[in-house]
Design a protein around this ligand. Structure first.
Ligand code: HEM
Length: 405
């Protein structure tokens, strides 16, 4: 029996993901009942689903496992351990048919063309960021990984350059705040307030950008997104876009520091960029768990689950499942097939997956083009958040390639 840590406490993640505990759970207690803690103020425990096959089943069955309130079973609900009062408006916290309506409207902004158009601009920005860090040791999070995705999502959302640092500072403070929410309420309030102004601007002056397209999108039933829905979408998209990809890029740099031979392999064979990007999502799994509410009495792998129960599933654990991945604790930029669940599955599959993949490829391209090897230059620090899990600081020294690729 391994020591079980409190999964409702962000501090349990401050020295990295508790992989040992999940390896034990997958083998011995794959549908585990987590008792209530001081951070589940509603006094409820929750299920912890850890195997790939069971995580996939819960993700795919959006009827039995609701992202909203379990078909009206409770007041709050949502996708974090702690109930969210505002479910039913934010895309990821809605069930069909509401989800289908919202998703088909916002999809209109995320066309492959709209995303593809960003490639050259993102590569230019990635190179500018690396120019700025110079040749001494630098923090790969603040110098690189934190900046690129926030630039990307701000371009997508049409946030003017001058406002970007402020939004990112609010978000970072919200993620580090202790209190059990994924992003602390004060930060979410500020983002919402900001969004109201931005949406009003896009209504007045459409600019052809993705956010502007979404503001003006008209659904098949003739409806448009309301201001409340648009504000909620912004408050979802900004953290979803800025944080997860940051963790993936920072985690990639960290993986290359620990596995220099994989960096060399990628430099020598850039045709591996696509499989490398997928492996980075598997390896880092920046959005480590989700929660659903059982909307009916059901079962998971033979374990009875009651209507109204909170069910958490841990993609990070699924992505290390030894029944699915050969050598799951080995970082392998050529891994193929790679059926990771890092972008989710089913109706809530990540809306930004194409953008995230593009950002990862661009970041990798910029790194392998310029550097021969990435070395550690101090201790890494992890963000104390059990959901948006990633590196807060990663000191590295990068040795320039004598001949850039
Ligand atoms: C490596 C980076 C990323 C990872 C690992 C990631 C992961 C995920 C996961 C696991 C889900 C499923 C949520 C659920 O099942 O409840 C999701 C949904 C979502 N993601 Fe991402 N994401 C990433 C990047 C992005 C980016 C860049 C954006 C924005 C452009 C984005 C926007 C969204 C949205 C809006 C949803 C909700 C979709 C829905 O409920 O229909 N994500 N993401």
């Amino acid at each position: 029996m391994t020591a079980l840590v409190d999964l409702s406490d962000g501090a349990s993640f401050s020295s990295g993901f508790p992989h040992e505990m999940f390896t034990w759970l997958r083998a011995n207690d794959p549908v585990h009942w987590h008792h209530p803690t001081s951070r589940t103020p509603d006094g409820e425990g929750f299920w912890v689903v850890s195997r790939h096959t069971d995580v996939g089943s819960v993700q795919r069955d959006a009827t039995a496992f609701s992202s909203e309130t379990g078909n009206g079973i409770r007041q709050g609900g949502g996708t974090g351990i702690k109930d969210e009062p505002q479910v039913g408006v934010m895309l990821n916290m809605t069930d069909d048919p509401r989800h289908h309506r919202l998703r088909s409207l916002v999809n209109r902004g995320f066309t492959p063309r709209a995303i593809g158009d960003l490639e050259a601009e993102l590569l230019r920005r990635a190179n500018l960021l690396l120019d700025a860090v110079g040749d001494d040791a630098f923090d790969a999070v603040h110098g690189f990984a934190r900046e690129l995705p926030s630039q990307a999502i701000c371009i997508v959302l049409g946030v003017p350059e001058k406002d970007r640092p402020q939004l990112l500072d609010w978000l970072d403070a919200g993620i580090e705040a202790d209190g059990g929410a994924i992003v602390a309420p004060q930060a979410t309030r500020r983002l919402r307030e900001y969004a109201r102004g931005l949406i009003a601007d896009k209504r007045r002056s459409p600019d052809g950008g993705i956010m502007s397209t979404i503001v003006h999108a008209v659904g098949d039933d003739g409806s448009r997104l309301s201001d409340r829905e648009l504000v909620a979408f912004f408050a979802l998209l900004f953290p979803a876009g800025a944080e997860t990809t940051r963790s993936a890029i920072a985690g990639a740099v960290s993986a290359f520091v620990d596995h220099p031979e994989q960096f060399v392999r990628l430099r020598e064979d850039p045709s591996l960029l696509n499989t490398a990007a997928e492996e980075i999502v598997r390896w880092t799994t920046p959005s480590v768990y989700k929660r659903r509410t059982a909307s009916t009495d059901t079962e998971i792998a033979g374990v009875p689950v009651s209507a109204g129960d909170k069910v958490t599933f841990w993609e990070m654990s699924a992505n290390r499942d030894e029944d699915v991945f050969g050598n799951p604790f080995e970082f392998d930029v050529g891994r193929n097939p790679n059926p990771h669940l890092g972008f989710g599955w089913g109706i809530h599959f990540c809306l930004g997956a194409a953008l995230a993949r593009l950002e990862l490829k661009v970041a990798l391209e910029a790194l392998i083009e310029r550097y021969e090897v990435l070395l550690t230059a101090g201790d890494a620090e992890w963000t104390p958040n059990n959901r948006l899990f990633g590196l807060k600081r990663l000191p590295v020294r990068a040795i320039r390639a004598r001949t850039p690729m």
